[in-house]
Design a protein around this ligand. Structure first.
Ligand SMILES: Cc1cc2nc3c(=O)[nH]c(=O)nc-3n(C[C@H](O)[C@H](O)[C@H](O)COP(=O)(O)OP(=O)(O)OC[C@H]3O[C@@H](n4cnc5c(N)ncnc54)[C@H](O)[C@@H]3O)c2cc1C
Ligand code: FES
Length: 334
């Protein structure tokens, strides 16, 4: 994709407008809330990272992604510092399940920091494409961290009768607490809920919504960082299991490692336990950052929202979701 424009949103956040190559517009069509996974080669190392569209498929002619710097982060800083209009960047087709499912009831969204990107796309698409009411609670560390302040205020003016928006400023009011969340969500039980932000923020909203009686199936989460629950246990420390361990050998770049993997562990856990810095992003089966090919043996994916049937036929798996189903497996990250 070609970068056609770059906008500095805040001191540490930049938006990139992207042009889809001729003939690919259908493949790159997307739903509000979805993301692209970019492949960036820096100093001979390939990095894959996902970024959600902050544009609306209904309103914006071109796709836009918005990237906030992560301290010490390789790709977010490179994009903020180096990626410029006229540059080209490789990206997978859009994917993701953080999308509107119904067509009635209120849309109630909670965004923290850069979590506003997919949420903005959803909010403006719903407002423009339906007569649904929307509530948005947007939390930030401080005033200067607010991304899209003007765009959001314009939406609030334009849809004053249907959009209720609250900005939460941690520096003035402390971290967002469950009472504020419950009060904000009050009376929206039949709505659809969207939550995206740092993990502690998402946990707090999850608990408060459950206490407020929001049905679990109505709440969608988008995780920007790998789940902290993805524990990695080196094979030698795993307790004895009834099922025998699986023999895995894994190639990543020039590294070739092998060892035993506790039955039930994923290939990604195995790769890490064997000392590889295997790529991953969402760790929930939706971004394809962790894909690799099983070239011997087989593995079953617990969840797959990213690979096509053809890719699966070719042996590709999402290693964050793939659990070996044969006593030995050979995996190649290509
Ligand atoms: C589905 C999906 C959509 C995403 N959409 C967006 C988006 O629209 N805008 C956006 O800015 N980012 C988004 N991200 C996050 C993005 O993919 C990268 O993870 C992030 O930019 C960090 O990459 P990096 O190469 O700079 O950091 P890395 O070099 O990968 O990481 C450096 C350090 O920071 C930690 N870290 C990684 N990501 C984060 C984070 N988000 N917050 C705090 N610490 C982190 C790592 O654990 C590591 O310790 C999304 C992620 C996913 C999975
Ligand atoms: S890390 Fe996203 S699908 Fe595996």
């Amino acid at each position: 994709m070609k970068v056609t424009a770059v906008f500095r949103e805040t001191a540490d956040t930049t938006s990139f407008v992207l042009d889809v190559p001729d003939g690919l517009s259908e493949r790159y069509s997307y739903r509000a809330g979805q993301f692209l996974t970019f492949r960036v080669e820096l100093d001979g190392v390939t990095h894959t990272r996902s970024y959600s569209m902050s544009s609306s498929p209904l309103l914006d002619e071109r796709m836009r992604v918005t990237v906030k710097r992560v301290p010490g982060g390789v790709v977010s800083n490179w994009m903020n510092d180096v990626l410029a209009p006229g540059d080209e960047i490789a990206a997978t087709v859009p994917t993701g399940s953080f999308v509107v499912g119904g067509d009635d009831g209120e849309v109630v969204a909670f965004a923290g920091g850069s979590g506003i990107t997919p949420v903005l796309s959803i909010v403006k698409t719903v407002l423009a494409g339906s007569d649904r009411r929307v509530r948005l609670l947007y939390a930030n560390r401080d005033r200067d961290s607010v991304i899209f302040q003007r765009e959001l205020e314009e939406l609030a003016d334009r849809y004053a009768d249907r959009l209720a928006m609250t900005f939460h400023d941690d520096s003035e009011r402390g971290l967002l607490g469950p009472e504020t969340i419950r009060a904000f969500a009050d009376g929206s039980g039949q709505g659809e809920f969207f939550v995206c932000g740092p993990e502690p923020f998402m946990d707090c909203v999850r608990k408060a919504l459950a206490e407020a009686g929001a049905e679990e199936a109505r709440v969608r989460f988008e995780r920007f960082t790998p789940a902290s629950t993805v524990a990695v246990e080196p094979p030698e420390q795993t307790p004895p299991e009834q099922a025998p361990p699986v023999r895995v050998s894994i190639r990543l770049g020039r590294q070739d490692v092998s060892g035993e993997l506790r039955a039930g562990s994923t290939l990604l856990q195995g790769a890490r336990a064997l000392g590889l810095r295997a790529p991953s992003s969402c760790e929930s089966g939706s971004c394809a950052t962790c894909m690799a090919r099983v070239v011997e043996g087989s593995a079953r994916m617990r969840n797959n929202e990213a690979l096509t049937p053809e890719e699966i036929d070719e042996g590709w798996v999402l290693t964050c979701q793939a659990v070996p189903t044969t006593p030995s497996v050979r995996v190649v990250y290509e």
